[in-house]
Design a protein around this ligand. Structure first.
Ligand code: NDP
Length: 397
């Protein structure tokens, strides 16, 4: 077995394919497969060396197993959608191949974000002597590694984490999402939730807001409390955590459009009858919105994603802020994608590299918090996502 099979040729898959294809000495051959073969071919045409492309419906088990058996990769990188996670994990178990993804499994009919379904595969992966790495994107992904890095080098005890995901960039579309619209809108319209003093606390969607000054003169933005899946794995893997919250920036224009779409029922995920056909409004909406991969040329400005972490060092309270700033146009020049796809595709490649080289190794199902953050952090910097630690930062109120 050698090489990588990547499933999904959208915004994130495109970036990861660039990065993986550029390093055959690490990854070996790349097979890029997705539901629509033309999308794989369009990505392949931009790559520095030839790759194999294939069409696959990852939810169709036998088709996927046949593809894996044909190419015998050592790792399957799942960069398709959360709906396919379990089917791809099943196929990996059947074929004896390691697994990596960037988003937790979601059933189509409920917008429920939790690791339970995938954690339940731990024993099967363990028995098969295989490794699954969950959530190797930016958030989830790098955000957890950032926290573990701070815990290792800057704190004796870690008490509070605020993950802050800001996009200070803009595209020229009145309304578009910078990753898969269906997944994005399901996430944003869900109830907020955070961890405090040993319990989860729910908030109404987008009802808690703060203003946040971005570093390096990127200006101020409104950020909104949301639930995000890495909160679950951080709470599990960082005992003693008193509070963990996740915040994301949204422009007023985005929120205005979203409110109207919700009010008219276009974000519903239950099927409605339209002239004898069953249509899920959110899926139809996705079909008319711009594809995230198409936003690259026109997206300008920067993203800034990081963690504000408070705790104790040498008996004294302290707060540190660790972040990455990524420039949309610079990403486009390098891999023809905007920064949201870039900041997810690069950590997917960096996580895959740790697995293939054995710096992160284990049998079972793992989250990002369970490994030594240092080699991942070093590679992150090396492959395009440099980071900064600001000591003595202000805690978020
Ligand atoms: P896109 O919609 O741009 O791409 C998704 C790709 O998956 C498309 O190529 C699509 O093919 C393919 N696909 C969909 N269904 C199937 C299927 N049944 N079988 C095979 N291929 C399929 O999304 P993104 O690239 O923006 O996002 C990819 C993943 O990354 C998502 O899971 C998203 O949640 C996650 N993500 C994670 C982030 C993080 O920081 N951790 C941030 C951003 C995204 P087609 O176009 O033909 O439908």
């Amino acid at each position: 077995k050698s090489g990588v099979l990547m499933i999904g040729a959208g915004g994130v898959g495109g970036v990861a394919a660039h990065k993986v294809a550029a390093h055959p000495e690490v990854f070996g051959d790349l097979v890029l497969a997705s539901r629509t073969r033309e999308k794989c071919e369009a990505v392949a045409a931009q790559l520095p060396r030839p790759v194999t492309t294939a069409e696959v419906d990852a939810e169709h088990g036998p088709e996927l197993v046949e593809l894996i058996r044909r190419h015998r990769p050592s790792l399957v990188m799942n960069l398709a959608l959360p709906y396919q996670d379990l089917a791809i994990m099943d196929a990996c178990l059947q074929c004896g191949v390691d697994y990596l993804d960037t988003a937790n499994y979601e059933p189509r009919d409920t917008a429920k974000f939790e690791y339970s379904w995938q954690w339940a595969y731990d024993e099967a992966f363990r028995k098969a002597g295989l490794m699954a790495l969950l959530g190797s994107g930016f958030d989830p992904g790098v955000t957890s590694v950032f926290c573990m890095y701070l815990r290792k080098h800057y704190f004796d005890e870690l008490h509070a984490i605020d993950i802050v995901d800001c996009n200070a960039g803009a595209h020229n579309q009145p309304f578009a999402t910078n990753f898969n619209p269906e997944i994005n809108i399901r996430e944003v319209t869900a109830k907020g939730c955070y961890w405090e003093n040993g319990q989860w606390r729910e908030t109404d969607p987008l009802s808690v807001r703060r203003s946040f000054d971005l570093p390096e003169e990127l200006g101020g933005m409104n950020i909104y409390l949301m639930y995000h899946e890495e909160l679950e794995s951080l709470v599990k893997h960082v005992p003693g955590l008193q509070r963990a919250r996740f915040w994301m920036s949204f422009s007023d224009a985005y929120l205005k459009h979203l409110e109207v779409l919700q009010n008219v029922g276009m974000t519903r995920i239950d099927p409605v009858d339209y002239r004898g056909q069953q249509i899920v409004p959110l899926q139809f909406l996705k079909a008319v919105l711009p594809e995230p991969a198409s936003l690259g040329p026109e997206t300008r400005g920067k993203t800034c994603i990081g963690c504000i972490v408070s705790g104790i060092k040498d008996g004294e309270p302290r707060t540190c802020y660790i972040y990455n700033i990524c420039d949309h146009q610079q990403c486009y020049r390098e891999v023809r994608a905007q920064a949201i796809s870039y900041t997810t595709g690069v950590p997917a490649m960096v996580g895959a590299k740790q697995m293939i080289e054995g710096t992160w190794r284990g049998e079972g199902v793992f989250n990002m918090e369970q490994f030594d953050p240092d080699p991942f952090m070093a590679d992150l910097e090396k492959y395009g996502l440099p980071w900064t630690v600001q000591e003595g930062a202000e805690p978020l109120p």
